[in-house]
Write a protein that binds this ligand. Sequence first.
Ligand code: COS
Length: 397
Amino acid sequence: MFLTEKHEKYRQKIREFALAEIEPLAHQIDLDQKYPEGHTKKLCDMGILGLQVDPKYGGTYTDTLTYAIAVEELSRVCGSTGITVAAHCSLGTWPIFAFGSEEQKKKYLPPITKEPNLASFGLTEPEAGSDAGATKSTAVKKDDGWLINGTKNFITNASVGKTFVVTARTTPGKGSRGITSFILENGMKGFSVGKKENKMGLRGSDTATLNFDDLWIPDDNRLGEEGQGFKQFMMTLDGGRVSIGAMALGLAQGALDLALKFARERKQFGKSIIEFQAVGHKLADMATFIQAARHLIYHAAILKDKGVWYNKESAMCKLYASEIGNWCCYQAIQIMGAYGYSTDHSPVERYWRDVKLCEIGEGTSEIQRLVISRELLKEELSLPEGFFTIDASKLGG
Ligand code: COS
């Protein structure tokens, strides 16, 4: 592997933590559909809640690669913990760190990085999913502040979160340029958490609706300039997609770990089933796709820290990791047969249910392909002028 010793040591530290503290709870929280009490404190004590925030504001940021490794290793044993951390770090804390004023950073970041509290992000609405610019929630100027009304849905950490970064329309008729971001707090008058989702996977993570009913906030809670909310959220999602890629990678690796162990130990027709080509080749493909996904994710993480435009690379890593993640978990079940299919015998069926979200959340695979193809359209072609052009006169007819 091309990682530094520091990164490998960090991976080992998170792996040990995940196996000791998270894995033993993973099955039960999936059954109970409940985010576990005490989980946030454990993550906080490990410094995981501050991974996307500078130490100056209570964070533990060193680089985005370190953060990706943490999400990967947590997801390798528990997808619900992976998504909770990814939503908190990439979507809840990072926008405040990246776009907040000095006062906002000092006020809002230490309580959600140094203390056991979660942050969350509200972009999606009933009528604004892939078309994130169709935000219907409104923020109207009132008494040196803003009156916010609207609904956000499918929000991770909604009922367990303390601090929320949300978008609302501040200028009607201006499309994505009429959207602004705000920082909200759970417990504010007019803020309420609605229906909890009953999900196929990631059942130990908290997903619910947020309602804003004449919620008034001072202008101090506006995040960045008016009209910049959509761009801020797009930049936030570029980072978030690296972490969803890392989550899919962790789940795929977890499925490979189990399938490989099973295929070596399970004997049929007098030999280990890995010795049958049909099984061995599946494992070989899984390991190869996982390695490729890992390279794409780490590359995008490194580009983020270089401060260069990495919109295409972040979409590519999420697209690829989530699609191979699904394939790998599916194949792991096939290799393990009934032992993979049954919840009582192994967690791979949970991994498969969990990884599906990675093809949907933070932009569907279809949106990632749209982002990538738009970027391809913008790129300069490396072929010289006139190298290949369609000559209509040579067409038959
Ligand atoms: N970083 C910075 N700015 C960005 C950006 C990015 N990654 N992507 C777009 N922008 C800017 C554009 O440059 C444009 O700026 P101007 O107004 O100055 O021209 C503006 O944002 C609007 O961009 P665009 O025209 O591309 O917006 P579209 O409405 O066509 O939407 C997609 C583009 C589809 C890419 C966007 O809506 C998207 O990502 N949708 C998926 C949303 C999603 O992931 N939802 C799940 C949330 S789960 S937490």
